[in-house]
Write a protein that binds this ligand. Structure first.
Ligand code: ADP
Ligand code: MG
Ligand code: ZN
Length: 480
């Protein structure tokens, strides 16, 4: 039987704020466990939560960036459950009146497999704000809890069951991550658990209208794991259905090593969270004017930025796509472009040389030893014909390793390009004289050998000859 896969995603993203959601503890990753805690986020009796205005503001921004309606009246609710990651025995969340609802995200670009996706809109059911529970760490015979994470502001973005393939889910996540990062809402570093995803998946025979029973795969922590888990789970469910079985509504985990989902709990064990309004927190209200003021100050999204880089700097769609793949790369480019003469060559250098070297060295672009200003200077040295492109690559390697400025390296090592036609002609004559066989072949019609002679001239000039001039002079001398 042919089945259609139906997917809805629930994504959790930690909001980037200075302090936690309901107390003044720092919201920071990587500190010693249980050093960023206080009586409020440890759930001591008698403490009271005070909402973080910035977190609410950013949750609303996330909603506006995904075309959601913003609630003028919303509230916080308690979601009751008993588990060591939650010292209060309830999580402050939002139940029936979340900040944002009825939004959408436009899919575009490529899926995981590299195939272009059809233009398609994925509905956003809601975005609500809650507090992150503590992080539990499990060892062989004991477990630890790190409450530094308890109380970190967290948004949950729930999609409609609108995706139909692992590729679409991948593209949706990529798009969502871009929006949250560009919006300055979340850093979305999945390795730090700042973005986590639950996948809801069901199958239905092609042509059937009603959805099938879904299973939920919990806590996937990479986009490729999401992709793999969907493909595996679709296969598992198809097998059951093909053999006349029924899908049970279950919560599953994902074992990345085995490449399999496994049962965590069945529906009978489903939680009853007994949501009720948190009596310690006032409802949150917005006027139309307040919502419009937030809308007016929204940051630029990748799609708009991509179009702007093409229009303002004359870049190709491809260059623009690569440069905006991360906000930090786009920011680097714009900083460098402020002083670079040739923006297109600058883009080439960032895309090919800089990103490759950063990737090899596993260094983030924000920590690049080659600053945007210095890269612009290097590109300008080529543009002004002070050095040629080949020498520039050597200079770049040195810059990357040492932080030194392009101009200083060029001066110190005497790399200034030879653009004096008398000097280059001498190299040309010498190269021709030293290679009579090639000269004969060239004269016999093998014109490709000009490249061989260019190579010889470069060797003789220690790479410093201006290549265009070398070619012109070679043509003159060879055709004499
Ligand atoms: P639950 O009550 O089990 O949490 P919800 O209706 O709140 O279910 O939906 C949770 C997520 O599951 C949403 O992202 C939604 O789009 C998705 N979903 C709902 N029904 C299906 C289905 N039949 N197949 C796949 N995904 C679904
Ligand atoms: Mg759910
Ligand atoms: Zn605290």
């Amino acid at each position: 039987m042919d089945y259609e896969i139906v997917i809805g995603l629930e994504v959790h993203a930690q909001i980037r704020t200075a302090s936690k959601m309901f107390c003044s503890c720092p919201n920071r990753y990587g500190a010693e466990p249980n050093t960023l805690i206080c009586p409020v986020c440890m759930g001591y009796p008698g403490t009271l939560p005070v909402p973080n205005k910035e977190a609410i503001y950013k949750a609303v921004q996330a909603g506006l960036l995904t075309d959601c309606e913003i609630a003028k009246f919303s509230k916080f609710d308690r979601k009751s459950y008993f588990y060591p990651d939650l010292p209060k025995n309830y999580q402050i969340s939002q139940y029936d009146l979340p900040f944002c609802s009825n939004g959408k995200i436009q899919l575009s670009g490529k899926g995981f497999s590299g195939a272009m996706l059809p233009d398609k809109t994925i509905g956003i059911t809601r975005i609500h704000l809650e507090e992150d529970p503590a992080k539990l760490i499990h060892y062989a015979h004991q477990s630890g809890a790190d409450y530094n994470r308890a109380g970190v502001p967290l948004i949950e973005i729930v999609s409609e069951p609108d995706m139909r393939s692992a590729d679409e889910a991948y593209a949706y996540l990529t798009q969502l991550k871009e929006i949250l990062q560009y919006g300055g809402i979340s850093d979305c570093d999945m390795e730090k658990g700042q973005m986590r995803c639950d996948v809801n998946i069901s199958l239905r025979p092609v042509g059937q209208k009603e959805f099938g029973t879904k299973a939920e795969i919990k806590n996937l922590n990479s986009f490729s794991a999401v992709h793999k888990a969907i493909e595996y789970e679709a296969w598992r469910q198809a097998n059951i259905l093909d053999n006349g079985g029924k899908i049970r509504q279950e919560t599953l985990g994902w074992n990345d090593e085995a490449g399999e989902t496994y049962l965590m709990r069945s529906k009978e064990q489903a939680h009853d969270y007994r949501y009720f309004p948190d009596p310690d927190l006032m409802p949150v209200t917005f006027t139309d004017e307040e919502i419009e003021a937030i809308r007016a100050n929204l940051p630029e999204l990748p799609a708009a930025m991509r179009a702007r880089l093409v229009a303002d700097y004359g870049l190709t769609e491809y260059d623009s796509q690569v440069l905006t793949s991360e906000k930090a790369i786009a920011e680097y480019f714009e900083k460098a472009a402020a002083t670079a003469i040739n923006k297109k060559i600058l883009a080439n250098w960032i895309i090919s040389e800089l990103l490759r070297e950063l990737g090899n060295a596993k260094v983030d672009i924000t920590e690049s030893k080659v600053s945007p200003e210095n890269l612009a200077e290097l590109v300008n040295l080529i543009e002004k014909k002070v050095i040629n492109g080949k020498i520039a690559k050597d200079v770049f390697v040195e810059m990357f390793a040492t932080c030194a400025k392009a101009e200083d390296i060029v001066k110190e090592k005497g790399l200034v390009q030879v653009a004096d036609s008398g000097a280059i002609r001498e190299f040309v004559i010498e190269a021709i004289k030293a290679n009579p066989k090639q000269l004969e072949q060239y004269k016999g019609g093998n014109e490709k050998l000009i490249q061989f002679f260019v190579g010889q001239v470069m060797k003789l000039s220690k790479g410093k000859a201006n290549p265009q001039m070398a070619i012109e002079l070679l043509k003159e001398e060879l055709n004499k």
